[in-house]
Design a protein around this ligand. Structure first.
Ligand SMILES: [Mg+2]
Length: 229
């Protein structure tokens, strides 16, 4: 990616929106499977079904509602904080610290925010482990902030843009889930995908709504900062 191409793409952007999990850091081997397993446990206990059926429900709700938790809330009245507290109770020390990423993000011109389908408690723990000060971000929009409306649902993006008071054409979004970039791209945001091995998340990653793909977000943000100098 040349400086000129990056400058052309990102000049005029003054709102930088970052997803959290698998975007600001790659899932270390085994971490996602821990979270995934705890989701399965939670559903299995809740619905009194075996692990196979729990897994089916988990995937089904993820596809149908954008977020497994949303399906559990709507169909079974699950309290979101109960679910999130349970599934995120994993050992995050396996995430490699990356203070360099924080330094680069701090140099992006304009506001920097996090927009995640997880919650603020988890966000704080992850940022602490990464060695990135939470104060570096001007706002954290978590799943509670958006009224438990997850990406890729339209209300989630509406909420963030309304709160920020910024036209989508002046925003850029970093995400590991390709489908979460469909709506941002439709609205005129610049879109950057940090690919993942998750099949559901990468579906459609070859689409026009994915403008940039990077396997190294630290280097990519660094390049953007340099290009915009
Ligand atoms: Mg993510």
């Amino acid at each position: 990616m040349t400086d000129a191409a990056l400058r052309q793409a990102f000049s005029g952007v003054d709102l930088w929106i970052f997803d959290l999990d698998n975007t600001l850091y790659p899932y270390p081997p085994g971490l996602w499977s821990q979270v995934d397993m705890r989701m399965g446990d939670f559903i299995s206990t809740l619905l009194e079904v075996d692990r196979v059926e729990a897994k089916r429900v988990q995937k089904d709700y993820f596809r149908q509602y954008g977020l497994t938790m949303r399906g559990l809330m709507e169909r079974h009245g699950v309290a979101p904080e109960d679910f999130l507290g349970y599934v995120h109770d994993v050992d995050l020390s396996v995430i490699a610290p990356n203070p360099a990423l924080g330094e680069r993000i701090a140099r992006l011109p304009g506001r920097r925010v996090i927009h995640t389908n997880s919650d603020t408690a988890h966000t704080s723990r992850v940022l602490a482990q990464l060695g990135i000060a939470e104060t570096l971000f001007d706002a954290v929009y978590d799943i509670a902030a958006t009224g438990y409306q997850p990406k890729p649902g339209i209300p989630a993006y509406d909420h963030v843009l309304r709160e920020e008071g910024v036209d989508a054409g002046r925003a850029a979004m970093f995400e590991d889930s390709a489908r979460n970039l469909l709506e941002p791209h439709r609205r005129g945001m610049r879109t950057v995908l940090t690919p993942t091995s998750c099949d559901v998340a990468s579906q459609g990653s070859d689409g026009a709504h994915v403008q940039f793909i990077t396997h190294d977000i630290t280097a990519f943000v660094s390049d953007v900062v340099e290009a915009l100098k």
